[in-house]
Design a protein around this ligand. Structure first.
Ligand SMILES: *Cc1c(COP(=O)(O)O)cnc(C)c1O
Ligand SMILES: [Zn+2]
Length: 404
C-alpha cells in the first residue's frame, strides 16, 4: 500500500488514512504520507509513457487503490506558445491547457481522485463548496459514480456553471453570501454527515493530490525536465502547492534531475495571497469580494500561508492584475494562440505579462503557465469588450461595403 497515513502540515502529528482533514492538536490541515520506497520501486518513465492518456497514467503517485472514477481528465494539450511568446518577448513559453478537460476545467483532476477515494471509503453521497468549476466537475463525476451530489455555491456565479452542474442531476444550493460563506455552511453539513464525501472538505487531503498531476505532465512533456519558472493561478493556493509537491516527488524518485523551479502565483486584484507577498506580511482574509473572476474569488484562502512560503522561498513573485487587464489578456491569448481561456486564465496571462515587464522572467527562461478553465464558461464577462458584429442584408454589395 502506497498510502501510509495522514500528517498535519503545521505540527506534524500523524493520523490514519481516513476521511480526516484537520489536526485535533493545532487545527492545521492534513496531507497524505506515502511509502516512497514502494513508489520508487513501482514507477518508471516507460510504465508512465505506456499508461492511459489521462491523469491515471500517474496512478502510482496518487493516494487511491480503487478502480478510478474516470471521465478522461488530464494529459491535456501542452503547447509551445510561439506567438504569445513573441508578443511578450519570451523564447520558451509553454501553455498547459486544461480548458479541454471533460468538464472544461482543471478541477476534473482533483475531483476524479477525490471521488475515487469516496468510492473506496464507501461513502453514500458527494458534496463540495465551489466557486464554479468544481460544481460542474463534481456533478459529472458523481453521475458517473452513481452517487448523489450536494453542491454549495455563492449566489451570483456564472449561469453556465450552474447549468452545467444541474444537467448532471446535482442538487445545487445557492448560498446568499460569498464563497467563504458557502464553504462554511458546506463544512457544517459535512460534519453532520460523516458518510458523505465533501471533496474539498473532508476529502481535501486526497483531493489536493490530483493537482500534482499537472506537475508530472509538465515534466513529462518537457522530456522529463523541470521548467525554470511557472506561473500559477491561485484561489485557495492549493493548486500552486500541489504543483510544487509534484516536482519534488519526481526529484525524489529520480525521474528528473534536481532543480529549483521558481514559483509565481496570480490572483485577481487585491486578493490576500498576492497582497501578502507584495507587502511581506502574513496572509489575512478579505471580506469584500470585488472581481469578475469568480473562479478565483476566495477571500480566506486555506493554503495561503503555504503558497506564500513556496513563492518566497523559490525566489518567485505574485501579481494581481485588474479585471480590465484580465479581459485584455483573455483576448490576447485568444488572438495569438487560438485558445479561449476563462477569466482565471486571463489572470495568469496578465500576471505573466506583468512579471515579464518587471524583469522577473528572463527572455530565454523555460516558462510554463497553467490555463485552468474554458472561456465559454465565462463568456458573458467579455460581451462589452469585443468588437460588435456587422449586420447586413444577404447581398454581395453590402458585404463589399463592409470590407471596403
Ligand atoms: C479552482 C481553480 C483554480 C485554483 O484553485 P486553488 O484553490 O488555488 O487550488 C484555478 N483556476 C480555476 C479556473 C479554478 O477553477
Ligand atoms: Zn497539527
Amino acid at each position: 500500500m502506497k498510502v501510509v497515513g495522514l500528517k498535519c502540515r503545521i505540527c506534524g502529528k500523524e493520523f490514519p488514512a481516513e476521511a480526516l482533514y484537520t489536526c485535533d492538536n493545532c487545527f492545521g490541515p492534513l496531507e497524505v504520507v506515502y511509502d516512497w520506497e514502494w513508489i520508487k520501486e513501482n514507477v518508471s518513465k516507460e510504465k508512465i509513457e505506456k499508461g492511459p492518456k489521462t491523469l491515471w497514467r500517474y496512478k502510482d503517485f496518487l493516494p487511491v487503490e480503487a478502480e478510478p472514477v474516470d471521465l478522461g481528465a488530464g494529459y491535456t494539450r501542452f503547447i509551445k506558445a510561439e506567438n504569445l511568446g513573441e508578443v511578450l518577448g519570451l523564447k520558451n513559453l509553454y501553455l498547459l491547457d486544461d480548458s479541454t478537460n471533460p468538464t472544461y476545467s482543471f478541477k476534473d483532476r482533483v475531483v476524479s481522485v477525490a471521488v475515487t477515494k469516496a468510492k473506496e471509503f464507501g461513502m453514500k453521497a458527494l458534496g463540495c463548496a465551489s466557486t464554479g468549476n468544481l460544481a460542474g466537475s463534481l456533478a459529472a463525476h458523481a453521475a458517473k459514480a452513481k452517487l448523489p451530489a450536494y453542491i454549495f455555491v455563492p449566489a451570483g456565479i456564472e449561469k453556465n456553471k450552474i447549468i452545467q452542474a444541474l444537467v448532471h442531476g446535482a442538487k445545487v444550493i445557492e448560498v446568499e453570501g460569498t464563497y467563504d460563506d458557502a464553504n462554511r455552511l458546506a463544512t457544517e453539513v459535512a460534519e453532520e454527515h460523516p458518510d458523505w464525501g465533501f471533496v474539498n472538505i473532508n476529502l481535501r487531503p486526497y483531493y489536493a493530490e490530483g493537482s500534482k498531476t499537472l506537475a508530472y505532465e509538465t515534466a513529462e512533456r518537457l522530456g522529463w525536465e523541470l521548467p525554470d519558472q511557472v506561473v500559477v493561478p491561485m484561489a485557495s493556493g492549493a493548486l500552486l502547492c500541489a504543483i510544487h509537491r509534484g516536482f519534488k516527488d519526481l526529484i525524489r524518485v529520480g525521474l528528473v534531475d534536481e532543480k529549483d523551479v521558481v514559483f509565481n502565483g496570480c490572483q485577481p486584484e487585491g486578493f490576500p495571497i498576492v497582497r501578502a507577498v507584495k507587502e511581506g506580511k502574513p496572509v489575512t482574509p478579505i471580506r469584500e469580494i470585488k472581481t469578475i473572476v469568480h473562479s478565483l474569488a476566495i477571500g480566506n484562502p486555506a493554503d495561503g500561508i503555504f503558497a506564500k512560503e513556496i513563492i518566497e522561498k523559490s525566489g518567485g513573485y505574485a501579481e494581481d492584475p485588474s479585471d480590465l487587464e484580465v479581459i485584455e489578456a483573455v483576448k490576447l491569448l485568444a488572438k495569438t494562440e487560438g485558445i479561449f481561456t476563462e477569466l482565471a486564465g486571463g489572470v495568469t496571462v496578465a500576471g505573466l505579462k506583468r512579471l515579464v515587464e518587471e524583469g522577473r522572467i528572463d527572455k530565454s527562461d523555460v516558462v510554463v503557465i497553467y490555463l485552468t478553465g474554458n472561456g465559454l464558461k465565462t463568456s458573458e464577462a467579455l460581451v462589452d469588450y469585443l468588437e460588435t458584429t456587422v449586420r447586413i442584408k444577404p447581398r454581395l454589395e453590402e458585404f463589399e461595403e463592409v470590407v471596403a
